[in-house]
Write a protein that binds this ligand. Structure first.
Ligand code: SAM
Length: 264
């Protein structure tokens, strides 16, 4: 297909971006159009610095939990040879309705339930939460492969292995983090970049964070310490773990975002 023939004009691009709202990722789609994600371009820039990625050119990259796809499209832009975007949860949620629901419950002082348990918010067939990814993919003429699947239950043999695996902001959403990291190990040929909410108390712990304790998010279950994440990666079969963004220098226990590279 002639790529230029499929180029979106500015007005169409902006209209599609507006229609796909709300966005999780800010993504520069060119022509001055930046998607209005809660995760800003500045936030991505900072996260990329903390990820300390080597050049991705010629590498195969798997982005588990891709959502709107910022890191998928970043890897493509960095000339990765093959990029796969995998997700299912966020893609199945209608975030327009979910945002209204969460605000209603918050104002009423009621607990916010996980979105897939609330009638009307969950549509794994229509995939309303994937609209943003699809718009960005089209605007950027992406050739990334897309897999709609639950990483915890899908057939990993069919997925294969990758030079670089992004597991960014996903592990704390999973009820079984050790099993999840074992599965990440299974698909990792080079190294996995694991980014997570973390807590700075001493010791190899995973704090239970159910009941929407973190960010009012009812789908966050476990928050590790740096030692907890490192030890669990080793238990999951990784041979080496390098921390690229660790705890802040403070005596007070605090939450922060950790990044590690885990090597088989
Ligand atoms: C906090 S968001 C992180 C999005 C993106 N990776 C980032 O760092 O900006 C968590 C993502 O993990 C995805 N996710 C959660 N559980 C998953 C599962 N079992 N299989 C695949 N994706 C999952 C969610 O749908 C969501 O897109």
């Amino acid at each position: 297909m002639d790529i230029l023939a499929d180029r979106l004009d500015l007005a169409t691009k902006q209209r599609l971006v507006d229609e796909a709202s709300p966005w999780h990722h800010s993504i520069d789609l060119g022509d001055g159009v930046v998607t209005p994600g809660g995760k800003t371009l500045h936030h991505h820039h900072d996260e990329l610095l903390r990820m300390r990625l080597p050049p991705l050119a010629g590498k195969s990259v798997l982005d588990i939990g891709a959502w709107d796809g910022y890191y998928t499209f970043m890897a493509e832009g960095a000339a990765a040879s093959r990029v796969v975007a995998l997700d299912h949860y966020a893609w199945s949620v209608d975030y327009k309705k979910a945002t209204d629901y969460a605000e209603r419950e918050r104002v009423a002082g009621r607990p916010i339930r996980a979105f897939h348990t609330v009638p009307g918010l969950w549509d794994p067939v229509g995939l309303p939460g994937k609209r943003g990814f699809d718009v960005a993919s089209r605007a950027l003429n992406s050739r990334a492969e897309v897999i709609v699947a639950d990483f915890m239950t899908m057939d990993l043999a069919a997925l294969g292995t990758f030079d670089v695996v992004f597991f960014l902001g996903v592990v704390y959403h999973l009820e079984e983090p050790l099993r999840a990291l074992r599965r990440v190990r299974q698909v990792t040929r080079g190294f996995a970049v694991i980014e997570s909410e973390a807590v700075s108390v001493p010791g190899p712990f995973w704090k239970f964070a159910g009941h929407a304790q973190v960010n009012h998010d009812p789908t966050i279950w476990w928050v590790p310490t740096v030692e907890g994440l490192r030890d669990m990666c080793l238990a999951a079969g990784f041979a080496d773990v390098v921390v690229t963004a660790g705890p802040p220098q403070t005596e007070e226990p605090t939450h922060y975002r950790i990044v590690v590279h885990a090597m088989p």
